[in-house]
Design a protein around this ligand. Structure first.
Ligand SMILES: NC(=O)C1=CN([C@@H]2O[C@H](COP(=O)(O)OP(=O)(O)OC[C@H]3O[C@@H](n4cnc5c(N)ncnc54)[C@H](OP(=O)(O)O)[C@@H]3O)[C@@H](O)[C@H]2O)C=CC1
Ligand SMILES: O=C(CO)COP(=O)(O)O
Length: 337
């Protein structure tokens, strides 16, 4: 199966997924709003700011013009940071309304929108109404772009309420190093994907402060418990949190220096300010905004999320990390389940 796919967002993940889809025999256009990056991709076949030491396929074409990138695309993959999804989707809608195309949509972004608390698939559905698209599928799981660039083994999930759409996405991406499972629990997958970044900030901070493996395992386990509590309040399937998008992504993001969220936490633990950390990263740290959205959402829904609350206090209220850890440890004893 081969088709024309437009990938929107040429950062670490978008560019590597575009390359994988090209390797799988599809005709792929990669859109970036940065003309310099487009030039680098098309002339040198590199994307050095985001992925070091990697040469992209020569048949992968980058575009700075969105309409050109979308020409004849039967599938559109959104991989921009969550905060950019609404505006990019609005631009896509304008093109689709003009061309009368009705592509399938996929997204691979991991976040919750500020203020509206919307999941990414909800934003897409709002901005691109059903008459301008077919299905919406979420692609998520433990998948650092750096490992996929090395063609290292990666397992991921494709979630859609439309099983045929999820199977279509599975077929598009599967190859000898990239294995895709289907899942119908879009809510669970998106909540797990977004909130694992909060936990990764926390385990990174523990690392930066010199804590050991027990502390990190504790944070990941109890973190996953509260993330699944929030998911449950939206009707998510509890099994999802035990799967690739849940525990899988917490392991990969919560233990790896490839993770920007983990690295940000590590730097905070070592005493850097949040502003410095964001400035030095030069790539998106989704967990910072997601912490605020999840904290507010948990309050609104009456869900107990002590770890998210502690990380919110550190990031947004200037609380000392060691104090936040001490306060968590001194909470009243309780039953595990
Ligand atoms: N990296 C990874 O391994 C994985 C990432 N993800 C998720 O994928 C999403 C994208 O992450 P990733 O590729 O890593 O992020 P990066 O920061 O590496 O790249 C994001 C890209 O989007 C561009 N961008 C930012 N704002 C806009 C905008 N308003 N319109 C158009 N383009 C914009 C950025 O440009 P500029 O830098 O110039 O602002 C950059 O090219 C995130 O939600 C992330 O959580 C999911 C799985 C794995
Ligand atoms: O989602 C990811 C891996 O699954 C990437 O995490 P970071 O955004 O923290 O790098």
């Amino acid at each position: 199966m081969s088709e024309k796919i437009a990938v929107l967002g040429a950062g670490s993940w978008g560019s590597i997924l575009a390359n994988l889809l090209d390797e799988n025999g599809n005709q792929v256009s990669l859109w970036s709003y940065n003309p310099k990056q487009v030039e680098e991709l098309n002339t040198k076949h590199t994307n050095t700011h985001y992925i070091k030491d990697f040469t992209y396929s020569e048949t992968l074409i980058a575009y700075a013009d969105l309409k050109e990138a979308l020409t004849d695309a039967t599938t559109i993959l959104f991989v921009v940071p969550t905060k950019a999804v609404r505006s990019v989707a609005g631009q896509v809608k304008a093109v689709l309304a003009e061309t009368h195309a009705k592509p399938a949509l996929i997204h691979a972004s991991k976040g919750i929108e500020q203020d509206t608390y919307k999941r990414v698939s909800e934003i897409l559905a709002e901005e691109i109404p059903a008459e301008n698209r077919s299905s919406i599928t979420v692609l998520s799981g433990p998948s650092h772009a750096e490992d996929v660039a090395k063609r290292d083994i990666t397992l991921i999930t494709a979630a859609s309420t439309d099983l045929d759409a999820a199977k279509h996405v599975q077929n598009l991406f599967m190859n000898h190093y990239f294995r895709v499972y289907t899942n119908s629990d879009v809510i669970g997958v998106e909540i797990a994907a977004a909130l694992k970044n909060i936990i990764a900030l926390g385990t990174g901070a523990l690392h930066g402060l010199g804590y050991g493996d027990n502390a990190k395992a504790a944070l990941m386990t109890r973190g996953l418990a509260e993330v699944s509590r929030l998911g449950g309040s939206f009707g998510a399937n509890p099994q999802t949190f035990m799967g690739l998008a849940g525990v899988g992504d917490i392991i990969v993001t919560g233990t790896s220096s490839n993770s920007r969220n983990w690295r940000a936490g590590d730097q905070l633990g070592k005493g850097k300010s949040l502003d410095e950390v964001i400035k030095n990263m030069g790539m998106v740290i989704e967990g910072v905004a997601t912490t605020k959205a999840a904290y507010e959402l948990a309050k609104q829904r009456g869900v107990d999320m002590p770890i998210t609350e502690a990380i919110y206090q550190v990031l947004y209220e200037g609380k000392e990390i060691r104090q936040a850890i001490s306060d968590l440890m001194q909470r009243e004893g309780r039953s595990e389940f």
